[in-house]
Design a protein around this ligand. Structure first.
Ligand code: PAF
Length: 279
């Protein structure tokens, strides 16, 4: 496995590769990322992963400074999974000057996560476009855990006509169903025990809708109340149409319920796809 930190040697290394699957990450790797690598391996011959904590997608109040940076351990895990190339640039390599051209994503980026993390998706879309330009993959694999991010990257590729197939990887969960996240390591023991409640309330919403309940506002409100009564600083629980992420309508077929909130200082997100009964 080659670990490359600069753009020019990376381009030289990849010049003759015509079948590249790319997994962008911010490091702090866990089984969720590794499952994306395995998906990438099934799609293309050469697997490239990037590790870069992207300042542009963090608000000044967020955890940029304490975000886990575990490069050596991450590289060992990626090597075990058969990754061919790791691109791990320094900040000055990707942003040698302030990034003044940015990608302004579609209005959906101002809802859900975007409402609570203004500018987040601008930062994500901008770095993803840069990484796609540098790596020039034929396939990129992103996780469903960041459902809205996946949606926005798909739109980025579609609207900028990038010749890249986006493949979605399933969310990987701990035995108690907490979605794996690099941020789970911030949780205290008590918070970790409580953290699985997000999955539980989303599962309850999913069950209700799959059982025929169409009172979406009521379901969202109950879910929020449950989280708040257990000490969560809940941001949203929202039922959305799956392809557009517009608020779901009773007649919608494919839906997804997304939720986010803070436990102590740690912000957690999760979602579950809903497959309603045919009427
Ligand atoms: O999901 C992430 O880890 C990041 O948002 C990404 C896609 C690597 C962009 O920095």
């Amino acid at each position: 496995m080659d670990v490359i930190t600069d753009i020019s040697p990376l381009r030289t290394r990849l010049r003759h590769e015509s079948s590249i699957a790319f997994v962008p990450t911010m490091g702090g790797l866990h089984e969720g990322h590794l499952s994306l690598i395995r998906v990438a391996r099934q799609h293309r011959e050469c697997v490239v992963a990037s590790i870069f904590v992207n300042r542009l997608q963090f608000a000044p109040t967020e955890d940029f400074d304490r975000y886990p940076r575990t490069l050596e351990q991450d590289c060992a895990l990626l090597e075990e999974q058969g990754v061919h190339v790791v691109f791990a640039p320094e900040e000055r390599t990707l942003y040698p000057a302030p990034q003044e051209f940015t990608v302004e994503p579609s209005p959906i980026a101002n809802m859900l996560e975007g409402k609570y993390r203004p500018g987040f998706f601008r930062g994500v879309a901008t770095v993803v476009l840069k990484l796609f330009n540098i790596v020039q993959p034929q396939t990129a694999v992103l996780g469903k855990k960041d459902y809205q991010q996946l949606h926005i990257v798909r739109e980025l590729v579609r609207q900028f006509n990038l010749p890249i197939e986006i493949v979605a990887g399933e969310t990987v969960r701990a035995p108690d169903n907490l979605a794996l996240s690099s941020r789970n390591r911030y949780l205290s023991n008590e918070e970790r025990a409580e953290a699985t409640r997000l999955y539980q309330v989303l599962s309850q919403v999913k069950r209700e809708i799959e059982g025929g309940n169409r009172n979406f506002a009521g379901l969202e409100e109950n879910a929020m109340k449950t989280l708040i009564s257990h000490g969560w600083n809940a941001d949203y629980v929202s039922i959305r149409e799956r392809d557009t992420l517009a608020p779901a309508q009773p007649r919608d077929g494919n839906m997804v319920v997304l939720g986010a909130g803070r436990l102590g200082k740690t912000r957690l997100i999760d979602n579950l796809e809903i497959i309603p009964k045919k009427e």
